[in-house]
Design a protein around this ligand. Structure first.
Ligand code: FEO
Length: 169
């Protein structure tokens, strides 16, 4: 059985993952509105990733005899001034999520909950990828100054992104 303290912390993390889903969905809506379907597709795939992250915590908590309590999801930003701004915010958001996962890990260590520590290792690794993905796109955008022909090339590239849930987890 999982401790009440960890249960509360995991519930808070579920809310953050669901907010992430909502934030990226809002960014997808923005990209649709400015006729960049490839960027919109990238964000829609990110939405699926975030739902997967939330549901992985959901299932884990249930498996450990805990209780999932859903809270209100905050309203995401809906207007953005540039594509670069969106990816700066996405990168910052992923850094915030990584910090939150580390804090969860600190609690699991303090509670001597080895099962949760092992479970959280997946998220620690996943966050390395999450930050790197956003940072790589941000760097490319900066190279082309966030405009011009390069944006259309990136849009074509990002149209290819698909989401396949990991099978070994
Ligand atoms: Fe669920 Fe993008 O971290």
């Amino acid at each position: 059985m999982i401790s009440k303290r960890l249960q509360d912390a995991i519930n808070a993390q579920i809310n953050k993952e669901l907010f992430s889903e909502y934030l990226y969905l809002s960014m997808a809506a923005y990209f649709e509105s400015v006729n960049l379907p490839g960027f919109a597709n990238f964000m829609k795939m990110q939405v699926l990733e975030e739902r997967f992250h939330a549901m992985k915590f959901f299932e884990y908590l249930a498996e450990r005899g805990g209780r999932v309590y859903l809270e209100q999801i905050n309203k995401p930003e809906i207007e953005f001034s540039s594509i670069i701004e969106i990816f700066e915010k996405s990168y910052k958001h992923e850094q915030f999520i990584s910090k939150s996962i580390y804090e969860l890990m600190d609690i699991a260590i303090e509670e001597k909950d080895h099962a949760t520590k092992s479970f959280l290792n997946w998220y620690v690794d996943e966050q390395v990828e999450e930050e790197a993905t956003m940072d790589a796109i941000l760097n490319k955008l900066k190279m082309i100054d966030g405009k011009g022909q390069g944006i259309l090339m990136m849009d074509n590239e990002l149209a290819q992104r698909a989401f396949t849930p990991p099978t070994n987890n």
